[in-house]
Design a protein around this ligand. Structure first.
Ligand code: PMP
Length: 332
């Protein structure tokens, strides 16, 4: 177990074991008790530290990642930040393909962390050679001694959360959790955490959060990829324009879609009401909790855990900027 009082070997020992905090005001009109799992307490400021470390150490064990190797990945920013941090500690080179939807702050942060960053257009099909998936694959092919992390289709992404986030929440709530609400991007967090929790108690409901403009909710309901669902949207790291192999749709009971505007306003009110300085998808998750409550998903005995994926500092020029909010038409 992580221990802030002991001497640790490196910053990587501080990944995981994030705190659970009771929400006081933002959920006070909802039925049940709400607890937030603060993934911003990871050293890389997001839940992605868990999967990055798990996948890298697995590749090391299998002998796939060798000394002096280059790590290549497709990322909306957080996985890249975690991989860059791990690369610094372990001595790897890190090359990241990032979508131009990711905030400039996130992109600058990746460069600060020593990564080589390739910015790719967001609104092209995944199979387009300009997409961040294809760019990362092409870089990996031409770079000797390199490994593609492939978080969207890597079962180890689910396994990382099955082995860490799930057991932590089970312990922290002393097995009292009744509902989990989590954002779905690659799907690793919700699938791994949800699988562990359902194995402990099959009655626990796993409630997903998707973005308007993404295909996940409809795919979950119909098992069909409906390209008409795809629209540009602003929330980073939530939802998808493809079906990620790292999502176990059978674990998820239901999805709720949230809008860019409501998620942004809720992100700001999470800070104002709780002092929780979290990222855009954290607001999306709380917004989904409000919407699920309106649909009578909870009662007074519900113990709801919401996973808040990352830190607000990555969004100071986005949801926390009045100018950006005005430009989006989200505030007057
Ligand atoms: N929120 C943020 C900010 C993210 O970067 C991601 C990852 N893309 C998610 C939520 C979704 O997490 P997952 O990929 O595990 O579904």
């Amino acid at each position: 177990m992580k221990n802030h009082q002991k001497v640790n070997n490196s910053i990587l020992d501080l990944i995981g074991e994030t705190p659970l905090v009771k929400l006081q005001k933002i959920t006070k009109d909802l039925k049940g008790t709400f607890f937030a799992k603060l993934e911003s307490f990871n050293p890389g400021l997001s839940q992605k530290d868990r999967i990055a470390l798990h996948i890298v150490e697995n590749a090391e064990k299998k002998g796939i990642l060798k000394e002096g190797a280059t790590i290549v990945e497709t990322t909306s920013g957080n996985t890249g930040f975690s991989l860059a941090m791990i690369s610094l500690v372990k001595g790897y080179k890190c090359i990241l393909a990032v979508s131009n939807k990711s905030s400039q702050d996130k992109i600058e942060l990746l460069k600060t962390m020593g990564a080589e960053v390739h910015v790719c257009p967001a609104n092209v099909a995944p199979e387009d050679p300009r997409s961040y998936y294809e760019v990362a694959k092409a870089i990996q092919k031409k770079t000797p001694n390199s490994v593609y992390i492939n978080q969207y289709f890597n079962a180890l992404n689910i396994e990382a959360h099955y082995e860490t986030t799930g057991p932590e929440i089970w312990k922290q709530t002393q097995g009292k959790i009744t509902h989990l609400i989590a954002a779905s991007g690659t799907g690793g967090t919700i699938s791994g955490t949800g699988k562990y929790l359902k194995e402990q108690n099959k009655n626990i409901k796993i409630l997903g959060v998707d973005a308007i403009g993404s295909v996940l909710k409809k795919y979950h309901e119909t098992k069909e990829l409906d390209l008409n669902e795809i629209k540009p949207y602003r929330i980073e790291g939530l939802g998808k324009n493809l079906i990620p192999g790292a999502t176990n749709f059978d674990i998820i009971d239901v999805y709720e879609k949230v809008s860019d505007k409501e998620a942004a306003l809720t992100t700001r009110s999470l800070l104002k009401k709780e002092g929780l300085f979290c990222g855009y998808t954290s607001g999306a998750v709380i917004q989904a909790a409000i919407q699920y409550n309106a649909q009578q998903y909870f009662d007074k005995n519900s113990v709801v855990v919401v996973i808040l994926p990352d830190h607000g500092v990555k969004y100071i020029n986005k949801v926390y900027s009045n100018t950006w909010m005005k430009n989006q038409g989200f505030i007057e």
